[in-house]
Design a protein around this ligand. Sequence first.
Ligand code: PHE
Ligand code: ZN
Length: 878
Amino acid sequence: MRTETEHTVYLKDYAPSPYRIVAVDLDFRIGAETTRVTAQLTVEPREDTEPGTPLVLDGDELSLGSIAIDGAPLILSAYAADANGLTVFEPPLRRFVLETEVTLRPEGNTRLMGLYRSSGTWCTQCEPEGFRRITYYLDRPDNLAVFKVRMTAPLDLAPVLLANGNLIDKGDAGDGQHYAVWEDPFPKPAYLFALVAGDLGSITDSFTTASGRKVDLAIYCSHGKENQCLWAMDSLKRSMAWDERRFGREYDLDIFNIVAVSDFNFGAMENKGLNIFNDRLVFAEPETATDANYDGIERVIAHEYFHNWTGNRITCRDWFQLCLKEGLTVYRDQEFTSDERSRAVKRISDVVTLRSAQFPEDGGPLAHPPRPDQYREINNFYTTTVYEKGAEIVRMLATLLGEAGFRKGMDLYFERHDGEATTIEAFLAVFAEANGIDLEQFKTWYLQAGTPRLTVAEQYDADKQTYTLRLRQETPPTPGQPDKAPLVLPIKFGLIGPNGSPMAWSGVSGAEVRDDLIVLKDASAEVTFTGIPSRPVPSLLRGFSAPVILQTEASQQDQLFLARHDSDPFNRWQALQDVGMALALDAISGAPLNDGALTALSQAMSDTLASDSLDNAFKALALSLPDEQLIGRTIGKDIDPDKIHAVRERLLQAVFEPLADQMLGTYNALASSAPYAPDPASTGRRALRNRMLSLLVASDAAGASLLALKQYEGASNMTDRLAALSAASNAGTPDAAGMLANFRTRFGADPLVLDKWLTVTAAAPREGVIEDMKAILADPSFPKTNPNRLRSLVGTFAMGNPTQFARADGAGFRFVTDFVSDVDKVNPQVAARVLTGFRIWPMLESGRREAANAALLALRDKGSLSRNTADILTRMLA
Ligand code: PHE
Ligand code: ZN
């Protein structure tokens, strides 16, 4: 395999740069074809820098026009420059200004890193290493500098000129050109730099901070979309207020701008004072956006805003520390959503995501620690492990320290490290210090990959009236880490007596127990409770207090008891899932379906649905069976996706068909003619109603497909319309094809709604889906460079269509590798991301495994892959 460069970066090699850039003056002259960038970098040697130490700046696809130091052009022998960097051999050993000029071609920048054009708008993306595609620089997060940016652009093409910080000057530049000058007073790493120039509409608002400062807020978008930005603005203001309330964090500039762009590799970016968003995470109106879209917008607007303190004011020393800002900020956005909406529902949804995205990563060839210690391509480490497992680690810290102790640590973190680029060690140290505890062992969570298995056995002694839990933890080996150390596991729990109420104990011995928390630190330990009058049912790992796979001896009877009585909503939900999983595993192993067990689960589902103490959103989550991929991973090896699919279909029918009347009754009772609103109650109502519809359709209840068609046709919002379409398409009802065609005609002109059509199409578990996708990709009007379109189609297929992706004949695998090979030439990040869909391949049964291996090898043999894709492929085949 030929790759761009084979180069591994190690954490242990971290060393500060011998020079620092302390101030940056940038001049962008933006033209229709090219943009000229002049950079004046104020450089200082470090105190201990030896004379003659070269200054080495990063570059990527740059070509140097001119170079000078303190105004004097450098002679040729004084420096070396190529596309990948600039070295000044013997810079002065004092403060000096290095001036360089480069010319960029944003139009041809399809990688969407650095300066590029999206639907005519010039915009930048610099995290993690995009700034080096704009100018030669110390492109590393520990170099903090103040930035001043002057932009000149044609007034007709770019009436709006934005950058970080405050606007300090603007005016006419003659010749149909105008200019603007922006200055950001907060020193920042280059990855937080941003610039936008374009013909954009906007909405504006303002927020007054707790200390009474007025902040001007604006969201910029393509003309005509302004009304679709209102929910994002509302979410922004609530985020600003929440961070003051919950963490005492105020916003620090007088302006906060958000820009929505159509071509973007990730979700959004927290550039100082100028967040840039993928437009799918800004635009919402009831007719075209679903409740899930509204949720996602609220969450990501909050996430990027929260980065202002966790990420920008305090940033990362190096990219190995990425989860310092990402894990913490995801934790913060999760807490925001929990406070704004339902904590239980948020927790369950987050765990579903963790299990469906992070666990497979952690248990496959791409497993890596939340803080990795080496990488070949840092872009491949913006993973669910860094983000979501990173957030779980912060959550465990909060659980161990309690709310007050956690807040004390956070306060100290902000106080001590404001303005710094720091590390995981420094983060843990503030919690240790503020709470007078030792977090050395806890740190292992950041260093060790793999999902721990927690096994719990129990023993009740009626004579002694004691109850003992035997706990054992084990983390399986992962690539490069054969041996694992025990972790600190905070296990929230309760004991439930026969009448369903909590059972108290008179004494406890063994492992550390604090109120409702067992802290397991060793590979195994026992906890014995005394004064226990009868065998309790244990509720373990309440709220999913640690990201582990829990294995217990609970019988179906215990689980159904928990589903009915547990005061912890997460475990109530979990108990029903466990019963469903046990039935699925039995059926897959070939055992005949146990009628008694099935009836009991049906009954529990029915009771859950009928409960008047549970809310709709919770019920919608509870009335479900584990998805096919989770079932596959629980089996763990020799997976046959077709078999799992068939068994699950059968199970859905057996469990839910008997509830058809009750579900239809609920469906009808939840109808509403109120205008669409994204509040928790309305969202919960729609969630349950649409859950009823999909269960009725999936369990083949009489009249269900007609119900889906009617809902599709009569829907007054996209949530209901798309739910009906998905239900029909996934179940392959007679009307599905017609509904899909109708949807495309009706909404195909709106790119974000087209994405929904692409997603539903790609997820359908039916023969022929690959041919359909090929036809879609071959259509000349299909935008082959837009990440949203590509991911909606092929990303969904690789990640969310287990039977067709892992077809026994290998056609699914080959379709994806062919796609990766093509797209890699246009946008390596999108290609590499889609390729990660293969991470399940080692668990498949042998025929499929061979087919996957063959497709991966063929991709490797094609050669000339980007570093992004080569890195994923190498690890996938290791
Ligand atoms: N830092 C962004 C976030 O998590 C994600 C991102 C990474 C965006 C790299 C663009 C490029 O909020
Ligand atoms: Zn982030």
